[in-house]
Design a protein around this ligand. Structure first.
Ligand code: CTP
Length: 445
């Protein structure tokens, strides 16, 4: 019996896949098809597969050509599969010509003719979401190359009341400058709000009222009543409203949360995290007139794991801020829960180690700096032999993960699990509002 093996993503199964599977099957008597997991595709830089793995497996099964379907989840697995299943022929489309010659040591390698004129990418790109940017600062500049890595995300235009810098930004990035916010709204399906914090509320509200989906930079808005109003407006109008919290969407951070929630370090007793970024005193980030300061700039990051893992029912919350020119150049926050404590340090005018430690009754998790761009973490125990290290990809600036989630959500009409729930977002906004109110804030000279 001759065994053939082939691999693919098989997203939105099309005629090209069917022809390939038919040809592969004809090479032998028994065909094994490896379907790649979303995580493996992510590692290969493929973002935004349309169908989940179950759907893709079902689609391959329905072709009737596969005698066995397996899941491909790690690099190097092909060699393991070939030896394990006694494979005689490895077959793949001619777009991979030469790439799998290294498998010739283990079996025959056949590159089959690819069907012209069709691919999953082509089908996916028929659906595109036109994005307009409000604000043309540094984060908007990083957003554009990141969005280009996400299929169906098409950044078309930008608006900034400062017309000269808007025109210059658009020229550099090859997009259309808009002379007014209304013109921006007319040019797109979705708005990415990357303007100064204190303007978020008005831009998000106007975008939603105009029927546009919104991805808003953090901190979202400055009060829970504003956040509630915007979230219910989005729900009422059936629009996606998401915050661009890059840490919440990055693969390693999500993995870390799931592991902690599954009890791998026992009950969480304490969380400590810090984010400090020394910033020029003249920057608007350090200007009290623009709601600047360390808390406004950085607190969204450490608040995330605290709210996600310990919830919003803290008994006490206190802040200690070192002030200069009316803004906090360094702030420490201390949360007290019934069964745990949590704290964080943020700073624009002071520096400390940017790591995160989540302590539990069985062990702890250590994420080195910069933990908010998580790509690596360690689980550590009393018995060091049990320690484990985890690496997951964090490509580029990491914005592509939130953009992918946003685009998937828009295309599926909000039908995806929100990785940052409305409840969590409101709890995080509430922490921000408590700080801004000065309640429980001790100012240090
Ligand atoms: N394939 C083919 N003809 C096509 C498209 C794909 O023969 N027109 C083959 C590929 O060469 C591969 C298999 O089908 O052997 C699975 O490929 P996959 O990457 O899942 O499909 P694509 O449509 O190429 O996906 P994408 O556009 O996301 O790269």
């Amino acid at each position: 019996m001759k065994t053939v093996i082939t691999y693919g993503t098989y997203d939105l199964l099309h005629q090209g896949h069917i022809n390939l599977l038919k040809r592969a099957k004809a090479l032998g008597d028994y065909l094994i098809v490896g379907v790649t997991t979303d995580n493996f595709d992510l590692e290969r830089g493929k973002l935004n597969t349309h169908d989940d793995i179950i759907k893709r497996i079902e689609a391959v099964k329905a072709t009737g050509y596969a005698d066995k379907i397996i899941i491909e989840e790690y690099s190097g697995q092909k060699i393991d599969d070939i030896t394990r299943y006694g494979v005689d022929i490895f077959a793949i489309g001619s777009d991979w010509e030469g790439k799998f010659d290294y498998l010739k040591e283990f079996c025959q390698v056949v590159y089959l003719p690819r069907t012209e004129g069709i691919s999953s990418t082509m089908i996916r790109s028929r659906e595109s979401v036109k994005i307009g940017l409000v604000g043309t600062g540094s984060i908007a500049g990083r957003f554009i190359p990141e969005a280009s890595k996400v299929e169906s995300a098409d950044v078309v235009s930008a608006y900034n009341p400062d017309k000269k810098s808007c025109a210059e930004f658009c020229r550099r990035n090859g997009i259309a400058p808009q002379i007014s916010f209304d013109a921006l709204l007319a040019s797109c399906d979705a708005v990415y709000v990357a303007s100064p914090h204190y303007t978020h509320y008005q831009y998000v509200k106007a975008s939603l009222l105009a029927g546009k989906h919104v991805l808003c930079e953090i901190p979202f808005v400055l009060s829970t009543s504003e956040a509630e109003e915007l979230l219910s407006l989005a729900a009422e109008k059936n629009l996606v409203l998401m915050t661009a919290h890059k840490t919440a969407y990055c693969p390693a951070f999500r993995h870390l949360l799931s592991m902690v929630k599954s009890g791998i370090i026992g009950d969480v007793v304490d969380i400590n995290a810090s984010v400090t970024t020394i910033t020029n005193e003249m920057s608007h980030k350090m200007d009290s007139r623009f709601s600047g300061g360390s808390f406004s700039e950085n607190a969204c990051f450490p608040t995330l794991p605290i709210i996600k893992l310990l919830g919003a029912d803290y008994r006490d919350l206190r802040f200690y801020s070192k002030m200069k020119n009316g803004v906090d150049i360094y702030t420490k926050a201390l949360f007290v829960y019934d069964n745990a404590t949590a704290s964080f340090q943020v700073g624009l005018g002071a520096k400390t180690e940017g790591c995160m430690i989540i302590s539990g009754t069985k062990g702890y998790i250590y994420v080195p700096a910069p933990w908010w761009k998580t790509d690596y973490f360690e689980i550590r125990y009393e018995d060091q032999n049990l320690n484990k290290k985890f690496f997951l990809p964090y490509y580029g600036e990491g914005l592509r993960y939130e953009i992918r989630e946003f685009i998937s959500s828009v295309l599926s009409k909000g039908n995806v699990w929100k990785l940052l729930s409305d409840k969590e977002l409101l709890a995080m906004t509430d922490v921000q509002e408590k700080y801004l109110s000065g309640e429980s804030l001790i100012r240090l000279g």
